[in-house]
Ligand binder design. Structure first.
Ligand code: FDA
Ligand code: NAD
Length: 435
């Protein structure tokens, strides 16, 4: 152990939120040596969404340093040199094993200690492993998860080692859909398996899902719904060969990619800080129940003002904005000032192939689909509204222009009264464009 390092501001976790927090500290003024980021990853903060998209392209793939934060939101790219110029210490390859909030100390796996005046928890999410959900035999080779750049690197190596491999993707959420496309583009044979009746049930209506399932089918991706993996076979080298499904089917597989969800990474803090809905409970300034301790990004359960409810959001836009809000709040409180409450409009997006969708607001209530969602169309373009208590509260748009995406964001924020559903369907995008 030995005597640890002390920082005025310490960020635990080196992902998206950490990077955007560092930029905000630099903007508002931070002295040399006041701020440090501790990350178990080996690289400076980067735009995590790239890992399931351009990082996996067969040609012209994105590689670091190309996608360090803050390029994902059109900002300056923060290279490792940027941190050293600002006197911000990047403590990489350092996993924190113990956090003692009462003594304001963190201890790494290797036994190094770090103390702080202010702590920002930005540990993100941990991927759910098959062993966590009781699936047997999931320890053979070539079963991949995707959370960090190391995972993405291993996956790319496997794809390159086995041209024309057979792949099975478990899970029909974000990872499943983005990886299904990525592996198909790499000429792998792709079968997707998920338990629900349609993909991305967390967000998609059956009509939205039908489009993507149809589109993927046209690309040659096989989809098996309503079942899950219950076991695997492997060869003498321990490499996976077969995926056994609950419905009795057995699929050949050289590569398996698992995307069965993630949970907020709060284990270090158990019993030390108030939690809510699986995350660390915060106020509108991302302050936790412990003085001088903040939580941002995927781990924070915060007041979503628009819906008068505590929510957790596992998406990149919120990780960036929550980080900036926390830093502004810290700096303001030092100056005896306050900042405005966080007033977040949920924004999620995804991209695969030439497709690109955006969603704003809340996906509750009735849905209305508009536009052309025929996957066989030359240029399909469609969307959906969610209507609750007579108001439009959410909007989804596939293949929207920047102006159109702005329009759907605007109505999700304004929540205008909805005309009857038939009329809303007929008006389609022009309904949003009126505001
Ligand atoms: P993030 O996960 O970015 O960072 C957490 C950091 O903490 C990591 O560096 C981790 O190593 C570190 N850490 C954790 N525990 C530690 C410990 N004990 N010691 C040291 N370090 C520790 N969202 C979206 O809106 N659109 C998109 O297209 C995508 N795409 C996407 C693709 C993939 C592959 C993933 C995994 C996720 C997405 N997301 C997304 C979600 C988005 O990336 C996510 O919401 C943000 O990265 C969350 O930012 P955080 O900083 O909270 O966690
Ligand atoms: P997810 O929650 O989006 O999807 C999980 C899927 O796993 C479910 O839809 C279901 O099909 C499947 N599943 C659930 N329980 C299962 C079980 N017992 N057996 C088999 N399948 C089961 O999670 P994900 O796709 O793994 O993504 C992980 C994290 O990464 C999330 O936080 C997500 O928000 C983030 N992410 C976001 C984006 C984006 O916003 N575009 C892209 C990639 C990843």
């Amino acid at each position: 152990a030995g005597i640890g390092k002390h920082f005025k501001y310490l960020i635990l976790g080196g992902g998206v939120a950490a990077g955007y927090a560092a930029r905000e500290f630099a903007r508002l003024g931070v002295k040399l040596g006041e701020l440090a980021i501790i990350s178990k990853e080996a690289v400076a903060p980067y735009e995590r969404p790239t890992l399931s998209k351009a990082y996996l392209f067969p040609q012209g793939a994105a590689r670091l340093p190309g996608f360090h934060v803050c390029v994902g939101s059109g900002g300056e790219r923060l290279l490792p040199e940027w941190y050293s110029e600002k006197g911000i210490e990047l403590i990489l390859r350092t996993e924190i094993a113990k956090a003692e909030l009462t003594s304001r100390a963190l201890t790494s796996v290797a036994g190094a200690t770090f103390t702080y005046d202010n702590l920002i928890i930005a540990t993100g999410s941990v991927v759910t492993r098959l062993t966590d959900i009781g699936v047997q035999g999931a320890d053979c080779n070539n079963i991949f998860y995707l959370r960090e750049i190391d995972d993405a690197y291993k996956l790319v190596s496997a794809i390159q080692a086995r041209k024309n491999a057979k792949s099975v993707i478990l899970g029909g959420g974000y990872i499943g859909l983005e990886l299904g496309a990525a592996l198909q583009i790499n000429d792998l044979d792709v079968t997707m398996v998920y338990p629900e009746p349609w993909c991305m049930p967390r967000l998609f209506s059956p009509e939205i899902a039908a489009f993507y399932e149809g589109y993927y089918a046209i690309k040659g991706i096989k989809i098996i719904k309503g079942t899950t993996a219950v076991g695997f076979d492997s060869d003498a080298n321990g490499n996976v060969t077969k995926v056994k499904l609950k419905d009795g089917r057995v699929l050949d597989a050289d590569i398996v990619v698992v995307g069965v969800g993630a949970r907020p990474h709060t284990t270090l803090l158990k019993g030390q800080v108030a939690e809510e809905k699986g995350g660390v409970k915060t106020d509108s300034f991302f302050k936790t129940s412990v003085p001088s301790v903040y939580a941002v990004g995927d781990v924070a359960t915060f007041p979503l003002k628009l819906y008068k409810e505590l929510r957790r959001v596992e998406h990149v836009d919120h990780s960036r904005k929550s980080a900036e809000q926390a830093v502004k709040a810290i700096k303001a409180s030092e100056a005896g000032q306050t900042v405005e409450e966080y007033d977040y409009l949920p924004y999620f997006y995804s991209r695969a192939y030439d497709l690109s969708w955006q969603f704003y607001g809340d996906n509750v209530g009735d849905t209305v689909l508009f536009g052309d969602n025929n996957p066989l169309s030359a240029k399909p373009k469609f969307g959906s509204y969610w209507i609750k208590d007579g108001k439009v509260v959410g909007a989804f748009l596939e293949s929207g222009s920047p102006e159109e995406n702005k329009a759907i964001a605007k109505i999700a924020r304004l929540q205008p009264p909805a005309p009857d559903l038939e009329q809303l369907k007929n008006e389609g995008l022009s309904f949003a464009s009126k505001f």
